[in-house]
Design a protein around this ligand. Structure first.
Ligand SMILES: [Zn+2]
Length: 920
């Protein structure tokens, strides 16, 4: 570690401990990490960007709370320690080689709590090295007995209010672990959703042949079934009836409240060409199709070629071989935009060749959506909209025609962390959070409307999540965590015990002094609601704790990655609504993009990660911070590339050297006024960017913006001069503007500038309105644009210039400029210009100038045009004053003339704010 980093970390150790104070507060939180492995640079960004915000708000004079804890609930660490204990090479390799756990510690990781201890310490150390301004007094882990008391209190309330209910619901389940599994417990398939299919039951003699479908209404258009002749089916007694299904389906149905006994195997080929029947479709044949997956649904598929592109093309493929040519698609739904047989239309329009075409999936979805949103079934089948007919037909089949539901994943590759396959199981006697409750949903939606959501695009996703959330299995039989207070055979699972802990942070350090057994539900009722008078704790202490909670709560912003919208970020809103009163509801959320490493998704399990500690070691903390802030806005995805990070380090060195060079500058120069004025604007723009969480934009202004101003300033100084006392002030401002982003460098510079105390707590620079001088800025803008124009011409001409002539536009062109700038309709400007008598006399000349000036105005920033409208420039005076500078810049004599008084053919090209340039 660099010595300056070590020194800062020591100075900061207790500096960010935040207590209630007589000033405005700002409370931000980030999802606490699960310490089962080392932090990588993606994690780094998740915490560094909030830290930048925390540091900014602190300098703005607020009391800022930025706490941290560790989430260890559930089975992941148990699974890891089991795998290490059993000698699993992949796991041991990950911990030994990627996370570089020393052998003696690795041996101890067979105890899950050792994993928690080792990595939470490692996290804390790495977070400190990253410069995170955290109040560590509040740190806890989620299996701390005091935290458990808090969770018990929370669940007692949820239970009393009817938000936790016992019932039977389909959940993700790992038979190997004999446990329901949440997204945290999965190696693969964490986005998989449970889908409810209807089994449409055909008869084959006495046997039932069920087909799983999402579109039961299409039964009227079934022309055949598909079976895979290359696979083996089973005959099974299911709930006392004889069924034919794939062996996979028999296994799945056994987990879904069916009594399943497999009696016999049946090769798929035996089923081919048999006839089956359903009251709604009549007799239909069974056809062979290798695309049928025995692991999807029942492994037997009903075919509706008129409305399912897959069925249409599979049938066409067979018919092109001369088979089953008498079968015709049977349409039953009409939908705008498609002909009589929508599947045929879609397949032909898309130019699909055969069933292996990759475009088939999208096409299937397209027809599904079109028919669901605007399709109608034919009059003879009831004439209803598809969305209604679907439910009606399903209900009818359930009631009278043997149909039952079957659950499966939309993407069936769901793997538990134990390595076993995950299935859908109907759990009984399981406790569920009733997120399906429409009243609860409505409360959350109302809350969302009140909240600041950044970026605004995520609002729709939150609303969608609230809509589709169903009952959530909130307890497990095994794993670390808090026991359900009224049914202690169950443990609250990880996504359900991490929903209101932001409130716990506000009091965590006080609770450490209280024995867990004293933390009765009454105590929390008092702290959070001000209700009752618990006798277990002194009133004075309780009042202080409650006051601290009320000082910080509600939290101002929660920061998290966008993949948590569909669970954690929405869950926490439900729980806040259920537990806390309206005035203590969350105020805002900032949702982050994802991290890439050299263009590929970061993933610890796939080894595609770069450890944060390695990055800190190689580049230094400020470089890592500045790169992560500068590579993208928080909500955008970002890509870590070592070669780009190196150039960030050079930028920080340049900043350091510049401040060292100029911090003692003295004297005064004409251009000082301009620099001071620009600096005020940079302060304002940096603040605006920080206030809207555009941390990248803030860096652009505070770093590159100031740097480019400085470059122009130095260029404008008389030869050999290094700048005036204005630079001392600039240094003090510049270091503070960058302190939230590169605090290590800025602390050191702050001392070098002779300032006492930490820059982390220095007041944010105020915009000094008196120093803003728009006229001077405008004049310099004119000059610098003229310089750029000359430079680009010099580059184009082959000869060495001997002299440069500048021609200034005549007064009448300025008049034209004013007319165009004021015009609201750019298509009418020529007419408007010609209304002016003086200009009309110039006829063709004025018309040409109008065109050129219109073009120029469109290119200039609107802000600048507005300024030119208000304060016309004395271009000649500006150029005359800068003549020495220009001659020095280009090393040749400069002449400045009025274009109107020159006969040079190019002089007529002079425009307002854009002199004509002639190089000799
Ligand atoms: Zn498992």
């Amino acid at each position: 570690m660099r010595s300056n980093e070590r020194e800062c970390i020591a100075r900061w150790e207790h500096a960010f401990e935040a207590d209630p104070a007589e000033k405005e507060k700002y409370y931000l939180t980030v999802a606490y990490p699960y310490p089962s492995g080392a932090m990588h640079v993606g994690h780094g960004r998740t915490y560094i960007i909030p830290d930048v915000v925390a540091r900014y708000q602190r300098m703005r004079g607020k009391a800022v709370l930025f706490p941290m804890a560790f989430h260890v609930t559930g089975t992941p660490v148990i699974g890891i320690s089991k795998r290490i204990a059993s000698g699993d090479e992949k796991t041991i390799g990950l911990y030994r080689d990627l996370y570089r756990v020393p052998q003696d510690i690795l041996d101890r990781l067979i105890n899950p709590m050792e994993i928690v201890r080792y990595f939470s310490e490692e996290y804390r150390r790495t977070m400190q090295r990253s410069g995170l301004s955290i109040d560590w007094r509040r740190q806890f882990i989620t299996v701390d007995p005091r935290y458990s008391k808090f969770i018990e209190w929370q669940y007692d309330h949820l239970y009393e209010d009817g938000h936790v209910v016992k019932g039977a619901h389909p959940v993700k389940y790992c038979p190997q672990c004999e446990n329901p599994v949440g997204d945290h417990d999965l190696l693969e398939g964490d986005k998989a959703e449970i889908v409810k299919f209807t089994l449409v039951v055909f008869r084959w003699g006495d046997a039932r042949v069920p087909c799983a479908t999402l579109r039961p209404e299409t039964i009227y258009g079934v022309t055949n079934l598909w079976v895979n002749p290359a696979t083996t089916y089973v005959r099974a007694m299911i709930d006392g009836e004889e069924w034919i299904v794939s062996p996979e389906a028999a296994g799945k149905l056994a987990l879904q409240d069916h009594d399943v006994l497999v009696t016999e195997k049946i090769p798929g080929a035996v089923l081919v060409d048999q006839t089956v029947s359903h009251p709604f479709s009549g007799d239909v044949p069974v056809l062979p199709a290798t695309f049928v997956d025995p692991d999807m649904g029942t492994g037997i598929v009903m075919s509706v070629p008129a409305h399912a592109p897959f069925d249409y093309i599979a049938l066409r493929d067979l018919q092109q071989q001369g088979k089953y040519t008498s079968i015709q698609p049977v349409p039953l739904i009409s939908v705008d935009g498609y002909g009589e047989i929508p599947a045929k239309d879609a397949v032909e329009r898309a130019g699909i060749l055969d069933q292996n075409d990759p475009a088939m999936e999208a096409l299937t979805q397209e027809i599904y959506n079109a028919e669901f949103s605007r399709g109608k079934v034919f009059e003879k089948y009831g004439g209803k909209a598809v969305r209604e007919a679907r439910d009606d037909v399903a209900a009818l089949m359930m009631e009278h025609y043997d149909s039952v539901p079957m659950y499966d994943f939309d993407n069936h590759n769901v793997i538990c962390r134990c390595g076993g396959r995950v299935f859908v199981k109907i759990l009984h006697d399981q406790w569920f959070l009733e997120y399906s409750d429409p009243i609860w949903k409505e409360q959350v939606k109302t809350q969302l409307e009140e909240m600041a959501l950044i970026p605004s695009e995520v609002r729709a996703e939150f609303n969608r999540t609230v809509d589709w959330l169903k009952e959530w299995a909130c307890t497990r039989r095994v794993g670390l965590g808090t026991k359900l207070p009224w049914d202690p055979a169950w443990i609250v699972e990880p996504l359900s015990d991490s929903t209101i802990y932001m409130a716990y942070y506000t009091i965590a350090h006080h609770l450490k002094a209280i024995p867990p057994e004293s933390l009765t539900p009454d105590v929390f009722d008092y702290i959070f609601f001000g209700k009752g008078s618990p006798g277990t704790i002194e009133q004075k202490v309780l009042d202080r704790i409650r006051a601290e909670f009320l000082y910080w709560y509600p939290y101002d912003h929660r920061f998290s990655a966008k993949d948590l919208i569909s669970n954690h970020l929405t869950f926490q809103l439900f729980h806040h609504r259920a537990i806390f009163p309206p005035e203590l509801q969350p105020k805002g959320m900032v949702v982050f993009g994802m991290g890439l490493l050299n263009g590929a998704k970061m993933s610890s399990s796939k080894g595609n990660v770069y450890l944060l500690e390695d990055a800190l070691e190689e580049f230094g903390a400020d470089t890592v911070r500045m790169f992560l802030v500068g590579s993208a806005e928080p909500w955008q995805d970002f890509d870590w590339r070592n070669e780009l990070v190196s150039s960030t380090r050079k930028q920080i060195e340049r900043f350091w050297n510049t401040v060292q060079e100029i911090r003692q500058a003295e004297g005064a120069y004409a251009i000082d006024v301009w620099l001071a004025s620009r600096l005020q604007r940079r302060i304002r723009k940096t603040m605006r960017a920080f206030d809207s969480f555009q941390t990248r934009q803030a860096l652009q202004e505070a770093f590159f913006g100031v740097e480019s101003d400085l470059r122009w300033y130095r260029r404008r100084l008389p030869e050999g001069e290094r700048g005036g006392a204005v630079l001392q002030d600039l240094c003090r401002t510049w270091v503070r503007l960058l302190a939230p982003i590169i605090p290590f460098t800025c602390e050191a510079l702050w001392s070098d500038l002779g300032e006492n105390g930490l820059v982390s707590f220095a007041p944010w620079p105020e915009v000094d309105g008196i120093r803003i001088n728009p006229e001077v800025e405008l004049a310099e803008e004119f000059l610098s644009r003229t310089v750029e124009d000359i430079e680009s011409i010099v580059k184009l001409i082959p000869m060495e210039p001997a002299a440069i002539n500048l021609f200034i536009a005549p007064a009448w062109k300025h008049e034209v400029f004013q007319i165009i700038a004021a015009s609201t309709d750019r298509t009418r400007v020529v007419r408007e210009v010609m209304q002016n008598e003086g200009l009309r006399k110039r006829s063709r000349e004025a018309a040409d100038a109008t065109k050129q000036i219109t073009k120029l105005i469109l290119k200039l920033p609107p802000e600048l045009v507005k300024q030119l409208q208000a304060t016309p420039l004395d271009e000649r005076a500006i150029l005359e004053e800068a003549r020495q500078f220009l001659e020095h810049e280009f090393g040749v004599p400069i002449t400045i003339q009025d274009a109107g008084e020159s006969t040079h053919p190019k002089a007529s090209g002079a425009l307002p704010f854009k002199p004509a340039i002639v190089i000799e």
